[in-house]
Design a protein around this ligand. Sequence first.
Ligand code: ZN
Length: 445
Amino acid sequence: MAGHRVAPPARAGAPAGAYRTASERDAADTRPSAAPAPERSAGPGRPSGPVVLIDWDGVDPAYLEEDLDSCAPVLAGLMWSGAHAVMECTYKSVSNPNRASAATGARPEVHRNTAYVLDPATGKARGQTRAMRAETLAEALRRQGRTVLSAGWYIVEDRGTAYGDPEGLYSQGRTWEENVDAVVAALRGEPVDSGGTPVRLPRVPDLIAAYSADLDTIGHREGPGSPRIRERLTGLDAGLGRIVSEVRRAGLLGRTAFVLVSDHGMTGYTRSLEPAVFGAVAAAGLSVERLYSGQAPDPATEVVLTASPRAANAYLRGAAASPEGRARLLRALHGLDELEAVLTREDLDALGAAPEEGDLALDARPPFAFVDPDAVGGAERGGHASLREARAPLTLSGAGVRARARLREPGIIDVAPTLCRLLGADPPAGAQGRVLDEALVPRRV
Ligand SMILES: [Zn+2]
């Protein structure tokens, strides 16, 4: 039932990053690759960096498990020449809270970016926001005199990067390819488009972040089994290849680290569990209401649900908030096969979830999700939010990264501290994650 760690339910026992046999991997390593030479770090007196952060939204770890050499050869090259693992994300496994965790190195209990919750400030359900109460990676680097380019990595817009600011530039392409264009321009020393205005950067930025939402979008619409996911992964990889080629052309390959992350996985669903959950709550003698963003609950409702759609939050009031009512509700929920986990407030605290996540969180068991039963039409769609989707790929490669290092239970909160270490900088002020030292070449001092 409720776990205190974000355990990998689907692939328990499989080592992180065990995508193929050692011999297959060795064979892959001997062929020419777009990956940079490993084990090369900035020497004494040489400035470290740049670090290129690639963030592709909604990449389920399973997307990278099969046939990656032909589907995404550039990423495969980075993976085999560096370190790769499946990292633990934060709860709930929704984009902005997890991207905030990547950017701040902190869990939602600290950065307080939450989504699909009942907002205590307004009394209404709401969707995602960009609010963060902790320092971002971009702010931390700027504070230490470093420069940043964000090509669509929206979580640091106005949080260390901004339109028109050459030291911390924000650029928003309409597509991944346009975000790659901005990165290529920065590497060439050409002006970078920033909201329609060309901006010339003082030098190659220390941190270059580039984002794509495409795989998440396809996963939602067509489910994680859609053939279009592999197609688009190949397209994203081509853009990554342009970035690696441009780094080489700029003579920076031996000094550049590449970090690829995502924010959560993706699970297919075809059925609604709302009738079963509503029925169980009603049978326990409690009133229940499911809110969509912008809606406020009826004052008399005892169990208020928000959802997004693979997990729901429950806010208990009136009789449901009494010890006896709460016990009755938990018994009813534990009896439902459609639920994979019922997380109590204590479980949520142990995960570092924000207080806004409410009194209980309900994780749906596939193929179920918290969706309008009239809206599911048989075709698979995809969603995330539960512990099952709180896993995402992490790849570290290039300068400063040890070849084929084995990462020890990395988390998304480790991304910002590790990026800062690669740049010889201190982590963001509120970071709770650690530097993934096991993957880094020891720094010579
Ligand atoms: Zn999504």
